[in-house]
Design a protein around this ligand. Structure first.
Ligand code: NAD
Length: 368
């Protein structure tokens, strides 16, 4: 919370198209503030390649400190091909993102896949399969095979190498992500699918056991379905509307959320939230919101990037961090209306004349 008790929102624009899209989301936020619908203190800081160039660190300590203080963070994107070549491995732009997730303990990644009416034809699936689609992937983000030890190269007795990753989950790690998913299920259609590989993995077997225990103990009013992760991938493209919330681990969540994302047809429309633990006393919770896409270096600086994923990430922030369902719905409805009016940036245009990032921002603000 800022010193004047206004909620503190930190904007981290990052690299590539980051500044262009975050600017449009900031305009939406400022419109609410100007209309007297919302109060907040907005500040900006640099992360990613741009921070490495200026300060020698993709996540300078003072920015990390600001991030820890913020009530909510909106991030654009980090990364660009030039940094892959120029920056040392431990100073790559992506390190900023991984470190933010770790330092803020952002263990719950929420990725909605919602198909806007106006974009039904942009999906690679038949319109009747995706029309009205509105599902949410809840992915465990801070443990599992991306973090498990031992990890790395091992020398074999014959001198050859082998490489190891370790899939590991503690009971506490499974419980906390499960509880987040069940709480969300209560607010939605009260149906939850938990995807694992209980048939072949130890972690999968215990994942399933613990999810069932939490269900029985605290969330029995929610319908729980266990599904094998490979079947879940298949069902997502066969009949996606059977799902409302899919709870899964870090690795399967990475894959399944990309499958779900593509059902909606466009990367430029997909928002996400990464959440920490909510402090029971103060109610405070670390939260970072960002579009699912990257820094799109191929179109950076041209003013043509689609800002809607970032604006929809802002809507998630208003709903989750500030409990302003009213403002979140207004943003989402404004997006739907702009699309219905045929307004499209180049990435989602079919026959329409593409408009700029700024013109899309103007349209959303006008709809608000
Ligand atoms: P990308 O998402 O940046 O781009 C993929 C394609 O989608 C490109 O053709 C791009 O022009 C287009 N695109 C993406 N977002 C768009 C938008 N808002 N409007 C219009 N078109 C859009 O993925 P990539 O090319 O694989 O990665 C580029 C860089 O981004 C890499 O350095 C990668 O590491 C980084 N990256 C960062 C994040 C993040 O910050 N969270 C996520 C993914 C990739």
């Amino acid at each position: 919370m800022a010193s004047d008790d206004k909620p503190a929102i930190l904007l981290l624009a990052g690299d590539g198209i980051g500044p262009e899209i975050v600017t449009q989301a900031r305009r939406v936020l400022e419109a609410f503030i100007k209309q007297g619908d919302f109060v907040a203190t907005i500040s900006d800081a640099q992360v990613g390649g741009v921070a490495w160039l200026e300060e020698g660190d993709p996540l300078p300590e003072h920015v990390l400190a600001q991030a820890k203080e913020a009530d909510a963070i909106l991030l654009g994107a980090v990364g660009a091909p030039r940094f892959d070549l120029e920056a040392p491995r431990d100073k790559r732009p992506e390190v900023a993102l991984l470190r933010l997730r770790k330092e803020l303990d952002l263990f719950a990644n929420l990725r909605p896949a919602k198909c806007f009416k106006a974009l039904v034809d942009a999906s690679s699936l038949k319109p009747e399969l995706v029309q009205g689609l509105d599902l949410l992937i809840v992915r465990e983000l801070s443990a599992g095979v991306y973090f498990g030890k031992p990890r790395g190269e091992e020398k074999m007795p014959d001198g050859s190498s082998r490489w190891v990753d370790t899939q590991a989950y503690s009971e506490a790690e499974i419980v906390r992500i499960t509880d987040v998913a069940f709480e969300l299920a209560r607010q939605r259609r009260a149906v939850l699918h938990s995807a694992d590989k209980a048939n072949v993995m130890e972690t999968g077997y215990f994942w399933r056991k613990i999810v069932s225990e939490r269900h029985k103990k605290k969330f029995s009013e929610v319908t729980l379905n266990h599904i094998l992760a490979d079947n879940c991938a298949m069902q997502l493209v066969r009949e996606p509307k059977q799902f409302d919330i899919i709870l899964t681990d870090n690795l399967f969540g990475d894959l399944l959320s990309d499958v779900a994302a593509m059902l909606t047809g466009s990367l430029g429309m997909l928002a996400s939230a990464s959440l920490g633990t909510r402090d029971e006393k103060s109610g405070r919770q670390n939260a970072l919101y960002e579009p699912v896409h990257g820094s799109a270096p191929d179109i950076a600086g041209k003013g043509i990037a689609n800002p809607l994923a970032t604006i929809l990430s802002l809507a998630m922030m208003l709903r989750i961090s500030f409990e302003r369902e009213d403002l979140a719905s207004r943003v989402e409805n404004a997006v739907e209306t702009a699309l219905m009016r045929g307004l499209r940036t180049a990435d989602i245009a079919i026959s329409e004349k593409p408009i700029s990032s700024e013109a899309m921002g103007d349209a959303i603000i006008a709809e608000l």
